[in-house]
Design a protein around this ligand. Structure first.
Ligand SMILES: [Zn+2]
Length: 153
């Protein structure tokens, strides 16, 4: 039986000022996969799920088996398409959270606390984005997560 791990987050997010793409450095072919694999420590794949396949208020999920698939909902998938998007950082938090699960952090707070610390580094390394708005966007979503997602030690 698969264990179902979810990100239970409200979909209410106000945009923040847009991030800026640093020109000159190539963006990896699929930076999402590169970033998720960096966090997880092993190969992963990513699928973008239609809204009707997502449980209510869930932004993404993984199964704790050997499939190593990150299932992103439409919001996170859209947010990650464009690093200049005002919700890019929130999408990156979701991606990092699920990748932390695949790295072995089963506990929601452990995954979320690690993920919020990953965001800035991942944005810089895999998207060449260095802008505090990315972290700001991630922090906004982080602040909306349930209490049991924010018990950082
Ligand atoms: Zn989770």
């Amino acid at each position: 039986m698969k264990t179902f791990i979810t990100v239970l987050i409200a979909l209410l997010l106000a945009p923040v000022a847009s991030a800026r793409l640093d020109p000159g450095a190539p963006v990896p072919r699929d930076a999402r996969i590169a970033a998720a694999e960096f966090v997880a420590g092993h190969p992963v794949s990513i699928t973008c799920e239609p809204l009707d396949r997502m449980p209510p208020a869930v932004l993404a999920f993984v199964f704790l088996d050997d499939s190593y698939v990150i299932h992103l909902g439409p919001y996170a998938c859209e947010a990650l398409k464009d690093p200049t998007s005002p919700i890019f950082g929130a999408g990156l938090l979701v991606l990092a959270h699920e990748a932390e699960h695949l790295a072995g952090l089963v506990n929601e707070s452990a995954a979320n606390c690690a993920a919020i610390r990953d965001v800035e580094f991942l944005a810089q390394r895999f998207w060449r984005v260095e802008n505090q708005n990315v972290q700001g966007s991630a922090q906004r979503l982080y602040g909306m997560t349930p209490d049991n997602y924010r018990q950082c030690g």
